[in-house]
Design a protein around this ligand. Structure first.
Ligand SMILES: [Zn+2]
Length: 308
């Protein structure tokens, strides 16, 4: 049985934008609850996520932008970067641990200490562009992890797969036209952030889905677009932006995925990685706001990483 690492940090629970905000600390609690009740904690290895360094952040974000996040972090109260992306006094620590989780996971996967990893962290990252925070995101956790695999470990080709209900505009901003990266993203369209539909370089595979689309549509995207793109690109490691806000119970949007769809897509990617990437996968939490569905979906995703 492969060893799957589970990365998190208590700092991620202290980032709180306000009690009405859907991207809340209760999300990680819901995941922990489902881990306990599923018995899954017995087959995972748990790690506290370290903080990312500025050098690691600046592989994806501009030094000016990174400095602005440090400068704007409040010592009290709330600092709003946009309408729904806000910092409290704990946010800076949370964003550094969230980004650092993927970096540490890459180090441990490549060292062979674990086979794959899931980072149960917040804030999420895939909307964060090279020089812009937006959509609950500050630093692009999955892009920073992928860039670490390229720059610190010398991997030549890495692929990022994103099944969050929203388009990963930040990841596209970093990867589009950049050597060594493939980015595949499925998302409800038209929908926030209203990107992912224009003319793009060959290393971007955008798979827009209409409101109301269900798991069949996701499976078609994976079989007809993502797996062929992976075979052509031949990555050495896979990265997953694991957002669960496309779940049928999640009121954030109108896709109709279920736990078994997340299990299926994860199994497809694990089987691909087993065959072509030495099983190396690092996955990071993005969205998912219906708490019970989020917890169950993460358990399904972990089962997919572990396999039979
Ligand atoms: Zn989302």
């Amino acid at each position: 049985m492969p060893t799957v690492g589970f990365f998190s940090d208590p700092a991620c629970n202290r980032h709180d934008m306000d009690e009405e905000h859907p991207e809340s600390p209760a999300r990680l609690d819901a995941i922990q609850d489902q881990l306990l009740s599923s018995g899954m904690e017995y087959v995972l290895r748990f790690f506290d996520a370290p903080q990312a360094t500025r050098e690691q952040l600046e592989r994806v974000h501009t030094p000016e932008y990174v400095a602005s996040i440090f400068d704007r972090a409040p010592s009290e109260g709330i600092e709003a970067l946009d309408e729904d992306t806000r910092m409290n006094p704990h946010t800076l620590a949370a964003v550094l641990h969230a980004a650092g989780s993927g970096v540490d996971a890459v180090d441990r996967v490549i060292a062979g200490e674990i086979n794959s990893a899931f980072c149960a962290v917040r804030p999420p990252g895939h909307h964060a562009e090279r020089n812009k925070a937006m959509g609950f995101c500050f630093f692009n956790n999955i892009a920073i992890a992928a860039a670490h695999a390229r720059k610190a470990h010398g991997l030549e080709r890495v692929a990022i797969l994103d099944f969050d209900v929203h388009h990963g505009n930040g990841t596209e901003d970093f990867t589009a036209g950049r050597d060594g990266y493939l980015f595949c993203s499925s998302f409800q369209s038209p929908y926030y952030p209203f990107t992912g539909t224009g003319e793009l370089p060959d290393n971007i595979v955008n798979s827009p889905l209409e409101a109301g689309a269900g798991g069949d549509a996701l499976r078609e995207v994976v079989e007809q677009q993502w797996l062929p793109a992976l075979k052509k690109f031949n990555p050495q490691m896979l990265f997953i932006s694991a957002g669960f806000d496309g779940h049928i119970e999640d009121a954030m949007a109108q896709l109709r995925f279920k736990e078994e769809d997340y299990l299926w897509v994860t199994e497809q990617l694990r089987q691909y990685a087993d065959q072509y990437c030495e099983g190396r996968i690092v996955s990071a939490l993005e969205g998912g706001y219906a708490l019970s569905a989020l917890g169950r979906s993460v358990v399904a995703h972990l089962k997919g990483l572990i396999g039979n």
